[in-house]
Write a protein that binds this ligand. Structure first.
Ligand code: NAP
Length: 310
C-alpha cells in the first residue's frame, strides 16, 4: 500500500491544473492519468479558444497544450503515473483508498477529474465497425480517410470542428443531423457552411452502419417524412455528446441520474476530503477554460481542508 498526501484521478485540464496548484502548495500530488494522458484535449486538433496560447502564426494543438500544462505542473513537483483507477473506497476514509490495475494507494485527500467519454449511437453495425470505418475522433483517424467520403453525425461544436478537420483529408463530408438547425456556435457553423467539401443532411438519423469488412454504407431515415434511404460512405464519425467516466465511483460518491458527480459551488462532493472538478461534474460548460478554473478551485479547497484537518 503506497501512502500519498493528495491523489488526483485523471489528467485532463482540470486534473493537471489541480496538480499544479496542489504541487505549488507543497502537497506533492500524484496524478493517476487514466488511459488517455491529457483527456479529451489530447485528441483535439486545434484549440482556438483557450486564452494565452494563440498567435497569428499558429493555433496550438491539443497535445501541445497538454505537454506544456504537464511540464508546468511537474516543474513544481507533481508526479504523473500512467495507470487507470479501477476501484475506490471513499466511504471508510480518510485516508481514502484508490486502486489501479497495478497498485493500491491511500491518500489524505482526493480530487476526481476523470472526465467524460464519447456517447455511442447504439445502432446495428456501430460496435462491429469501430476501427474499421466507425470513429469518435477525427484527429486520431482522419488521416486514414484521405480522398474518401465520410459521414459526420451530430450538430454540435464537436461535429462542426471535427467535420472541418476531416475536410483536410476526406473528399466529401456529409453532416447527418437529426434536426434542421445546428446546436454549434455561430462561428463554427459559418465555417462549416462555407466549406465546399461539407454538405448537410437535415432531419435525419442513422439507423444502421453496414459494410463488408469495412464500412461502405449507412441506412438513414428522415424523421419528418419517415423515408429510409441508403448512403454510400467510407467512414462514420460520431460526435453526439459525452457521458461521465464515473462507473468506478458508483456507491462511493453522490451522482445525478446521468452519472455526473454532484458537487457544491466549492467542488466538494458528499465525502469531506474528496473533491471533483471538470467534466466528471460539469455537464454544462465543458470547456478547457472552465475545467481549468474548476481544477484550480478544487485544489485550493482541498488544500484548505487538509490544513484544517492536520
Ligand atoms: P453537444 O453540444 O451535446 O451536441 C451533441 C449533438 O449531437 C447535438 O447536435 C445533438 O442533437 C446530437 N445528438 C445527441 N444525441 C444524438 C443521437 N442519439 N442521435 C443523433 N444525434 C444526437 O456535444 P458536443 O458537440 O460534443 O459539445 C459538448 C460541449 O463541448 C459543448 O458545450 C460545446 O460547446 C463544447 N465544445 C466546444 C468546442 C469549441 O468551443 N471549440 C469544441 C467542441 C466541443 P440536438 O442538437 O438535436 O440535441
Amino acid at each position: 500500500m503506497e501512502r500519498e498526501r493528495v491523489i488526483i484521478i485523471g489528467s485532463g485540464p482540470a486534473g493537471i491544473t489541480a496538480a499544479l496548484y496542489t504541487a505549488r502548495a507543497q502537497l506533492n500530488p500524484l496524478v493517476i492519468s487514466g488511459m488517455q494522458l491529457g483527456g479529451q484535449i489530447s485528441i483535439t486538433h486545434e484549440v482556438e479558444n483557450y486564452p494565452g496560447f494563440w498567435s497569428e502564426e499558429k493555433t496550438p494543438t491539443g497535445p501541445e497544450l497538454v505537454e506544456v500544462m504537464q511540464k508546468q505542473a511537474e516543474s513544481f513537483g507533481a508526479r504523473f503515473e500512467f495507470d487507470e483507477v479501477t476501484e475506490v473506497d471513499f466511504t471508510s476514509g480518510p485516508p481514502f483508498t484508490v486502486k489501479t490495475h497495478g497498485k493500491t494507494y491511500q491518500a489524505d485527500g482526493v480530487i476526481v477529474t476523470a472526465g467524460a467519454s464519447p456517447r455511442h449511437l447504439n445502432v446495428p453495425g456501430e460496435e462491429e465497425y469501430v476501427g474499421r470505418g466507425v470513429s469518435y475522433c477525427g484527429t486520431c483517424d482522419g488521416f486514414f480517410f484521405r480522398g474518401k467520403d465520410v459521414v459526420v453525425v451530430g450538430g454540435g461544436d464537436s461535429a462542426m470542428e471535427e467535420g472541418l478537420f476531416l475536410t483536410k483529408f476526406a473528399n466529401k463530408v456529409e453532416v447527418v443531423h437529426r434536426r434542421d438547425s445546428l446546436r454549434a456556435s455561430v462561428n463554427l457553423q459559418e465555417r462549416a457552411k462555407a466549406n465546399e467539401k461539407i454538405s448537410f443532411v437535415w432531419d435525419t438519423v442513422i439507423e444502421e452502419i453496414n459494410g463488408n469488412g469495412v464500412v461502405d454504407h449507412v441506412k438513414v431515415k428522415n424523421v419528418k417524412t419517415g423515408e429510409e434511404t441508403v448512403r454510400d460512405t467510407d467512414g462514420v464519425f460520431i460526435f453526439i455528446g459525452h457521458y461521465p467516466n464515473s462507473q468506478f465511483l458508483v456507491n462511493q460518491l453522490a451522482m445525478d441520474e446521468q452519472g455526473y458527480v454532484i458537487t457544491d459551488e466549492r467542488y466538494r462532493t458528499n465525502i469531506p476530503g474528496v473533491y471533483a472538478a471538470g467534466e466528471i461534474q460539469d455537464n454544462h460548460f465543458r470547456q478547457i477554460a472552465t475545467s481549468v478554473g474548476q481544477g484550480c478551485g478544487a485544489a485550493m479547497e482541498l488544500e484548505k481542508w487538509l490544513a484544517e484537518h492536520e
